[in-house]
Write a protein that binds this ligand. Structure first.
Ligand code: ZN
Ligand code: ZN
Length: 293
């Protein structure tokens, strides 16, 4: 599923790039050229996402015993860096255009092609974010969010280019290109930040954590308490660890049965949960963690 989405992204990216290059060529606008340059980044992103998604889907092996989930974050970091490079190239173009402004060719076909490219991007971004969230793929969601910012910046550029043609105010083209650059820089920063905290073992969101605590509390019958719960995410995998306090005289067999029950329920709630439970006798109780119902 994720592989097909990543392939789709590549195809859409190439089609949109071709349309935007055509629009830039027909109008000679710096803002539309910046917009096309931005699409080169999208194609690079799609290729990286495809590689990452394929890698992340590999099962754990002897070398990477916790799986390949984090491969996606690497792809997202590289994507973020590429986005920032694109922004810098655009600032350069915008500066040159501002110093020596030149007229935009008022070609209705150029504007039309640009609008078609944006509509394609918008539809695809919507699917990527929706399905990427469902498949819990960091690379695909990053890709989709990034496309949304493209749609916004292209829409702004089209409005601006039309305004520049109508008013005849030439520097507007360069100013718009610079604004596209800022929007791109912002989206690049987000992509980098999200993948960096992923590589740093970010924990689950507070709402998810309380959900996990409720499941433990409701399914640990026979145990006394659970404490020191920790979570970390690696791509689609969620690692959950905690201490489970049981009566000191409980047999290993009974304690293990409780653990298996909790693990099963957690996997029903959190897809791809990897649960590790440390069992302790009651004198280790902290009376501070999750009270078992
Ligand atoms: Zn403990
Ligand atoms: Zn076991």
């Amino acid at each position: 599923m994720t592989t097909r989405l990543a392939l789709g992204s590549l195809a859409v990216g190439l089609a949109v790039l071709a349309l935007k290059v055509l629009a830039a060529y027909l109008t000679g606008s710096i803002a539309l050229t910046s917009d096309a340059l931005e699409s080169v980044v999208n194609v690079a992103t799609a290729i990286l996402a495809l590689v990452a998604v394929r890698l992340a889907a590999r099962p754990a092996d002897a070398t990477l015993q916790y799986g390949y989930g984090k491969a996606e974050y690497f792809s997202a970091v590289i994507t973020g860096v590429l986005i920032v490079v694109a922004a810098l190239l655009i600032f350069d173009q915008a500066w040159r255009g501002f110093v020596t402004p030149h007229a935009i060719v008022p070609d209705p076909w150029g504007i039309g092609v640009s609008i078609i490219a944006t509509v394609i991007n918008a539809v695809w971004a919507y699917f990527l974010v929706r399905l990427g969230t469902r498949e819990r793929s960091a690379a695909l969601v990053a890709d989709g969010r990034h496309l949304y910012t493209d749609v916004l910046s292209t829409a702004g550029v089209i409005v601006g280019v039309v305004a520049a043609i109508v008013t005849g105010y030439q520097p507007l083209d360069a100013i718009l290109a610079a604004l596209v650059g800022i929007a791109i820089l912002w989206s690049g920063w987000h992509v980098v930040w999200n993948s960096v905290i992923g590589l740093m073992d970010v924990s689950v969101e507070p709402a998810r954590l309380s959900q996990i605590k409720d499941v433990i509390s409701a399914s640990a019958e026979g145990a006394i308490e659970a404490h020191d719960i920790r979570t970390r995410q690696a791509g689609r995998l969620t690692f959950i660890e905690f201490h489970l306090v049981v009566p000191g005289t409980m047999s290993v067999e009974d304690a293990h049965a409780i653990c298996d029950r909790i693990e099963g329920r957690l996997r029903e709630t959190v897809a791809d949960a990897q649960v590790t439970i440390h069992v302790e006798p009651e004198n280790k109780a902290k009376h501070s963690g999750i009270v078992v119902l």
